[in-house]
Write a protein that binds this ligand. Structure first.
Ligand SMILES: [Zn+2]
Length: 301
């Protein structure tokens, strides 16, 4: 890996329209099996979209266990096309609301399920709604993950968690989470969602609804600013964000509807504009980024 090159880590949380946190109070878990499954078609569209881009960016897909159980061929397809398969948990329950035992089961079962499907190791985890904490991070490591990508430093969202990683060693944008009991053992890494720091303020600039809301040119300008400083940028989105035809949840609050439905019809073109604007960067999976960051440590820092 050349020193100085910028890296873009595209990440996609593979879940369906009825599994999102904004609609949880309107759509019961027991009704999930009766809902129209659209994630397969939408993920295929995303895979085709990525393949259509001249530099064929590779992405990391954090797949929900519930989805993987029903659509194992989709998981194999993601893996087969050269992308990374990682875990988004099994039931999409907020980590902060789970008991330690239930969360341990969720982390372990979802990892094993995905590994059985693709026949290869799963390294990464992303918590639903970025519901992370220092204690949860340690549990994720205990369950055998090499990295987590759940920390979002934007404080204006009530569900996002917080971890204090100041003073921890960094490799590029990856922050080491050392083993406290045995500090000499291999650390796990946190790959935080990229945001824009403006003095004391943090602006949400990592993707999702913010990506759909902010005009393309402005968004790309912000990413350039982040890259100038960090040399790497982590972006997240969901397959339902390219699906304006998904069933509407009429009873949801206006705020939740705004967050979920804003500019769904523009996501694909914005993604293409984003990929084009940064075609000179290296689009890389989370695991590869970490592997190369660790190997090329001296070249980087
Ligand atoms: Zn999610």
């Amino acid at each position: 890996m050349r020193a100085g090159i910028c890296h873009i880590l595209l990440t996609i949380d593979v879940e369906d329209w009825f599994q999102v946190e904004n609609f949880k109070q309107y759509i019961s878990f027991s009704s999930w099996p009766s809902r129209e499954l659209r994630v397969e078609k939408n993920t295929h569209r995303l895979l085709d979209l990525l393949d259509s881009i001249p530099h064929s960016p590779k992405a990391t897909f954090f797949v929900l266990g519930w989805v993987a159980d029903r659509l194992p061929d989709l998981v194999r397809e993601i893996h087969g096309r050269g992308h990374e398969v990682a875990s988004h948990g099994y039931y999409h329950k907020l980590c902060s609301q789970e008991s330690r035992d239930a969360l341990r089961r969720d982390l372990t079962d979802s990892k094993r399920l995905l590994e059985d499907i693709i026949g290869a190791p799963v390294y990464g985890y992303r918590a639903p709604s970025f519901s992370i904490s220092g204690e949860i991070l340690e549990l994720i490591r205990d369950c055998g993950y090499s990295y987590d990508s759940s920390y979002n430093s934007f404080e204006g969202h009530s569900r996002y968690g917080h971890v204090d990683l100041t003073g921890n060693k960094r490799k590029g944008i990856a922050i080491a989470v050392p083993e406290l009991v045995n500090p000499k053992s291999k650390p796990m890494y946190e790959l935080p969602i990229s945001n824009m720091n403006m003095g004391r303020h943090v602006l949400p600039w990592g993707g999702g609804g913010y990506f759909r809301l902010i005009p393309s040119a402005l968004f790309n300008l912000g990413v350039k600013r982040i890259l100038n400083k960090e040399r790497a940028y982590i972006f997240y989105m969901h397959p339902w964000e390219i699906d304006p035809g998904q069933p509407g949840v009429k009873e949801a609050s206006r705020v939740f509807k705004f967050r979920h439905y804003i500019n769904l019809n523009k996501t694909e073109s914005k993604l293409l504009s984003f990929a084009g604007a940064f075609r000179g960067c290296c689009f890389i999976t989370c695991h590869k980024y970490l592997e190369q960051a660790v190997c090329a440590e001296n070249a980087w820092f």
